[in-house]
Design a protein around this ligand. Structure first.
Ligand SMILES: [Zn+2]
Length: 846
């Protein structure tokens, strides 16, 4: 974490509660090519979600990496000779006296030769193709012993009641602990602290360490973001913050550790970061993630944090005498654990007691450039000590509290299967626990993702199902038609039965979320998200009733994509989802003439049926028989000059658009608009700062029929400075964000837009001249989930209610222009909103 909350892009109904007694005593205490990362493949079979509540053991599939193919048929050590990368003298770790990336594999290879306690393997590749390492520390295990551990791990999740009664499991199940390091590339020392711990435990002759490795398995992903480590950047090489990506899984780095987490099912995990001045150790402040079994988390998290604080206190540095524990030391909203976009917060849903740890002394950014090398190295040495001490302390906590941690992970999953309500946590349950800490969810009985005509987009439904399965949420498929809450669902509809072990994660992903504006004055990061409302699929909620239908578990969504008979008919494609956009750009790339009607309808001629069949298969989209409407206008493949953030560029490219990144500087350096057909302005383009020559080129582009799409306050400022649409843009508070309800406006540009959108720093448009049309408006009570308060000079949701959120118009000079006040591409999350962007591009360039 550790980023000013005001800088968002610059870095790239109460449940029925059961009362628990208060705990009277604390719990004892050069580039490599990416072979192509796949997005959502199924990683394991789901358990049968029978209505009887039976829970047959699930069959786990190994993660994608070859090294893990052997899976649990192999004992320990399971050593892999890691490929070594060329020495890179520019690696930013070198200046700090820390381990450059190219030295990690040689060190791990050497340790594997020296010690049968060390197993290293590759669990994924970074954006630029660097290997992501997983090191496992454990005493040697025979294949039979390792297989038994795997069966127990599965039993805990799949049949927790049986696990709770298994005495041999209680005695012999090895406590899994997971350490993730360096997810932020320019927060280096977690890696070095992890390597220190690996070397110490690999070579220790201390009997206590031998005993530890008999009762504990320690997993360390030593650098989660090697591209950022080498380059000295917080983000990965694609410009994404990996530690904001865990609910959306857009990046190979987050997908790799997600799979490690699911495969290892740790009892305790820590995510090593920096730099907060004082060492910071979670648990966090309210608001707390409402879908957790928070009682089972906080009692361990608080004690573990105190242990880590004591451990750094013993290091003897003045700078490490104490820690900041946000739960204990900060005000509500200062360092919350609300969104599961962070590794530890996401891990809690998989049964781990998760912590962010921030090592104290800043060595990145300005300090990296300006401080003397000796001072940087002095700081990095201390940070490295802190990382090592917190890792060691967390491992010790897991060992010392092994039985209770196992029981509590079992209990987490048992409550899920049983559909029991969360527990009410009394004041003082841990020191300081009070009313402000109480967040809870009422879990619905099931979510249903319909098939057939009841589904908004079949491809979106399949994408959502694959995503849920990849995150270890159990999904099943109806074998017959069924009725639920008065609605008929066809055979093949997907069911998420909420009586399942990871119901908390299922709910965190699928529910609408909650408006927490009144709970805290501010938030650390986002406050609203929803795959149920923003990913383009229809997701129905059944509060009390489970579907009465035979279902089968889903390992991967069924295929989608179809063409209608007869072969001679022209084909129509509704632009409902990003997959539809991908199909269109694919067809345009192949020279197929696609026409667009005034109502946004896209038609592909019958002569291109074979190409359309390929598109239907590849993108899962549905073509229908074209109606007999008037002939539309031929679409040209758009070329977009985009002044936008990394996530927006990634979305535009993912849709198949040709994108040329621009900025004030790029335009001033003589950017040629040539074949550019649209200019998208979100950030980094200040019209007033353009040279006269750059303005002349821009004007020539507009005079030549170029279209303009803008997003947010930066885009609206460009619109005004360029003299395009006569509107007044009103900005809400800069940190306001969440899921909003929207209504259709009076325009025809946004075809079939869903009823929800996403905002961050919301903008709305007033004073619309006759030449400007509202395409979409904020609903009367717009904020569904998130945090949006009025600021001193900025309006809240009440002020935005009913106002235009997206407008279109043709400027006096003839430029087709669309202005978004919403955030349809934020962090590549709201996938159901991408068709709106394409609608705007196609209209503006036609
Ligand atoms: Zn960080």
């Amino acid at each position: 974490m550790a980023v000013s909350r005001s800088v968002r892009r610059g870095l790239a109904a109460l449940a029925v509660l059961v009362t628990l007694p208060a705990l009277t005593t604390p719990v004892s205490a050069q580039e490599w090519s990416d072979p192509g990362a796949s997005g959502g493949g199924a990683h394991r079979e789901s358990g049968q979600l029978a209505r009887s509540g039976a829970t047959p053991a699930a069959t786990r599939l190994a993660t994608s990496d070859e090294n893990r193919q052997a899976g649990d048929q192999t004992g320990y050590p399971r050593q892999t000779r890691l490929r070594e990368f060329p020495e890179n003298p520019d690696d930013k770790a070198i200046k700090l006296g820390l381990t450059p990336y190219h030295d990690i594999a040689p060190q791990l290879n050497e340790l594997q030769e020296r010690s049968d306690r060390v197993s290293a393997e590759v669990v994924g590749r970074s954006t630029q193709g660097r290997d992501l390492y997983l090191v496992t520390l454990t005493a040697p295990e025979s294949p039979a012993e390792a297989a038994r551990q795997a069966r127990w791990r599965e039993l805990i999740e799949d049949d927790p009641s049986a696990a709770a009664g298994n005495e041999r499991l209680a005695r012999e199940y090895k406590a899994p602990v997971w350490i993730n390091a360096n997810i932020h590339g320019d927060e280096w020392e977690g890696t070095d602290g992890a390597l220190d711990v690996i070397e110490r435990l690999a070579t220790s002759t201390d009997e206590a360490d031998s005993d530890l490795l008999e009762s504990t398995r320690i997993y360390l992903t030593v650098t989660n973001n090697p591209d950022g480590r080498v380059a000295g950047t917080r983000a990965n090489a694609a410009g994404f913050d990996v530690n904001r990506d865990h609910i959306s899984s857009t990046q190979p780095e987050s997908r790799a550790v997600r799979d490690v987490l699911i495969e290892t099912q740790p009892l305790v995990m820590i995510d090593e970061h920096g730099y907060t001045g004082t060492t910071l150790i979670e648990p966090g402040t309210p608001p707390h993630g409402r879908d957790y079994e928070y009682d089972l988390y906080i009692k361990h998290a608080y004690e573990n944090a105190l242990g880590m604080e004591r451990a750094i206190g013993k290091l003897g540095h003045d700078e490490t005498e104490r820690a900041d524990i946000p739960f204990r030391d900060f005000e509500p909203g200062e360092w919350d654990d609300w969104p599961p976009i962070f590794t530890p917060m996401y891990s809690i849903y998989h049964g781990a007691v998760g912590h962010t740890v921030e090592v104290p002394l800043r060595v990145n950014r300005g300090e990296y450039e300006q401080l003397p090398v000796e001072e940087l190295r002095r700081r990095s040495d201390i940070n490295r000590d802190v990382a090592g001490a917190t890792i060691t302390s967390a491992i010790d906590y897991a060992e010392s509290n092994r039985a209770e941690l196992i029981d509590d992970q079992i209990e987490t999953f048992r409550r899920g299967w049983a559909g029991e309500p969360q527990r009410e946590i009394p004041d003082g349950y841990v020191p300081g626990f009070g009313e402000e800490d109480r967040y809870s969810a009422e879990f619905p009985r099931a979510y249903v993702i319909p098939a057939g005509d009841d589904q908004r987009s079949a491809s979106a439904a399949a994408r959502l199902v694959d995503h849920l399965v990849a995150h270890d949420v159990r999904v099943s498929r109806a074998e017959h038609t069924f009725h639920l809450d008065g609605q008929r669902y066809p055979k093949g509809s997907y069911v998420v039965d909420m009586h399942q072990p990871k119901r908390g994660l299922a709910n965190a992903m699928l529910s609408a979320g909650q408006d927490i504006s009144g709970d805290v004055p501010r938030m650390y990061d986002i406050s609203g998200w929803s795959l149920g409302l923003l990913w383009g699929a229809t997701v129905d909620v059944s509060a009390d009733e489970a579907p009465a239908v035979r279902t089968s578990p889903v390992a991967a969504a069924g295929p989608t994509g179809s063409l209608p008979p007869p072969a001679k008919a022209d084909l129509e494609l509704a632009l409902t989802d990003g997959a539809d956009v991908q199909a269109v750009t694919y067809l345009l790339d192949r020279g197929v003439e696609v026409t667009r009607g005034d109502d946004g309808t896209l038609v592909v001629p019958a002569s291109a049926r074979s190409e359309a069949a390929t598109a239907a298969d590849r993108f899962g989209v549905t073509f229908t028989k074209a109606g007999r409407g008037p002939a539309g206008t031929a679409l040209a493949a758009p070329v977009i000059a985009a002044a936008a953030s990394a996530d927006e560029l990634a979305v535009l490219r993912g849709l198949g658009f040709e994108v040329r990144p621009v900025s004030t500087a790029v335009l001033n350096e003589g950017f040629e608009f040539d074949d550019v057909s649209a200019l998208l302005v979100s950030t980094g383009l200040d019209h007033d700062a353009l040279t006269a020559e750059a303005k002349r080129r821009l004007q020539a582009f507009l005079d030549d029929g170029g279209g303009v799409i803008t997003r947010g306050g930066g885009g609206a400022a460009f619109n005004e400075a360029a003299g395009l649409l006569p509107v007044t843009a009103v900005e809400g508070r800069g940190d306001a964000n969440g899921v909003v309800s929207v209504t259709d406006g009076e325009g025809g540009v946004l075809d079939r837009a869903p009823a929800h959108s996403f905002v961050y720093s919301p903008v709305w448009f007033t004073g619309l001249a006759d030449s400007v049309t509202a395409e979409q408006r904020y609903a009367r009570d717009p904020l569904v989930a998130g945090h949006w308060l009025p600021g001193e000079a900025a309006g809240g949701p009440a002020e935005a209610a009913g106002e235009a959120s997206v407008v279109s118009g043709v400027s006096a000079g003839g430029t087709r222009t669309v202005l978004f006040g919403t955030e349809p591409m934020f962090r590549d999350h709201p996938k159901g909103l991408y068709a709106q962007v394409a609608d705007a591009v196609f209209w503006a360039t036609s």
